[in-house]
Design a protein around this ligand. Sequence first.
Ligand SMILES: *Cc1c(COP(=O)(O)O)cnc(C)c1O
Length: 354
Amino acid sequence: MASKYWSDLVTRLEPYVPGEQPTLTNLVKLNTNENPFGPSPKVLAAIAAATGDNLRLYPPPDIGRLKTTIATYHDLAVEQVFVGNGSDEVLAHAFQAFFTGKGEVLFPDISYGFYPVYCGLYGIDGRQVPLAEDFSIRPADYFAAAGGVIFPNPNAPTGMALTLADIEAVLVANADVVVMVDEAYVDFGAESAAVLVNRYPNLLVIQTLSKSRSLAGLRVGFALGHQDLIEALERVKNSFNPYPLDQLAIAGAVASFEDDAYFQQARCEVMENREQLTLALETRGFDVLPSSANFLFARHPQREGAELAAGLRSQGVVVRHFNRERIHPFLRITIGTLDQHDRLLAALDALLAG
Ligand SMILES: *Cc1c(COP(=O)(O)O)cnc(C)c1O
């Protein structure tokens, strides 16, 4: 209930509602696109090693080694890297830095639910552009945006990816505004636009360590872009919280980039498991959208999504369902371990037989 102490802005806000984090044990949790494989043991060791007397000190305000590590990994300069407390925070700063006081900002109507929330928080004029009939993003729909463009690549919750050529077309057609590519899932099979950063001063690429690096609990995200864009993000950050990452997060994030073998192995295993689950669902009559992410978006022609999600839940399997026009028949299922897939498929078989 609204209180008389609330500002008008707070009263009007419609905050983002994250997927459930159930406290029951023994659930098969396939609802928030976490990685089923834990972080690298070297990450855990680095975090343990950073736990000590040093915690009485503030972290380096420029994030120190982490920016250098990310810049080297993506073959960019340190001045082209911004780091934040999860990519949600990076996105929030980017919306404020580049979209406030501009014209209409375009994003897909079926996409990450946080974009309209940031528009509400910052008074940005957002317009949701319908996806094509096949649930793909049509690049031409985003040409000549008045205020800016943002989309995830691959898109969520569809999992479908654009090619670099498509992204370049959007960049070329929007030279006067910022185009943000939210690459939360890019490591699972899409092409990163990071290679375009040196050619397009209007491009901001946003990535996270939450999904492909199994570090959702550590809260580390980053942006890559022209140094003028990065400077704008630093100005916002330093007007808000100059220390968004703690010492442990910085140490763990650096170690994650340093253990590339572990990262490559884990993301490949997720992609293999994705192919296994796609086939298993198709065998059971599901239509599965082509996914380049660590989740599948699938519908059964004879069953409603809400009914399936509730039936799975009662058997201890949690998936995500969106009660929205056009996508209510779908389930969004996070790729898990093969054991988790077995439990999911057994539960589905029981439901489909009933
Ligand atoms: C998960 C997700 C994020 C947020 O990731 P964090 O770094 O954990 O804040 C951003 N964008 C999309 C599309 C996501 O799915």
